[in-house]
Write a protein that binds this ligand. Structure first.
Ligand code: HEC
Length: 134
């Protein structure tokens, strides 16, 4: 194989594997910042469910610092990921007032400086784990 052909083939392989690599990267935008931008209007800056939109919502946003406490002291990361992504329904969500972030984040995927939906939601879940009440 000519060197040129080889170079083109390996470039192609690198491009194809790019999205997979991106999943393992440290997020460009921290989970805390993602939370402030996407969640705090309802859940409050401290995650306590007291954001400015809380009083106009039919259902009070959950106090996200109590997740572990309400689950025998264990923070259920996978379940919380599914809830944020919109794959798992939350009790009382018949009047679901919380956006489904998987679809929402997918729409801006591929834009410069924007993480994949997977990385963004993971970063938010990791941030939520750090704000759990003792
Ligand atoms: C438009 C308002 C709104 C926004 C924005 C919002 N939420 Fe919610 N969220 C709610 C409401 C309302 C509930 C649930 C109330 C219920 O049914 O008990 C809720 C419930 C949850 C729950 C379930 C908690 C539990 O213990 O069951 C999690 C986790 C959560 N939100 C995380 C987030 C995260 C993370 C974001 C940002 C990516 C976010 N929410 C953005 C309104 C919102």
């Amino acid at each position: 194989m000519s060197l040129k052909k080889f170079a083109i083939l390996s470039l192609g392989a690198a491009l194809l594997s790019a999205p997979a690599l991106a999943e393992d990267q440290t997020p460009i935008i921290s989970g805390e910042d993602e939370f402030m931008w996407n969640c705090s209007e309802c859940h409050g800056f401290g995650g306590r469910g007291d954001g400015p939109l809380a009083e106009v919502l039919i259902k009070t946003p959950s106090d996200l610092t109590q997740i572990a406490k309400n689950n025998v002291g264990v923070f259920p990361a996978d379940k919380i990921f599914a809830m944020i992504a919109g794959r798992e329904n939350v009790v009382g969500h018949q009047s679901f007032q919380m956006p489904k972030y998987w679809e929402r984040f997918k729409q801006s995927e591929g834009q410069r400086g924007v993480d994949t939906a997977e990385v963004r939601i993971k970063a938010i879940v990791d941030y939520l784990a750090t704000i759990q009440a003792p």
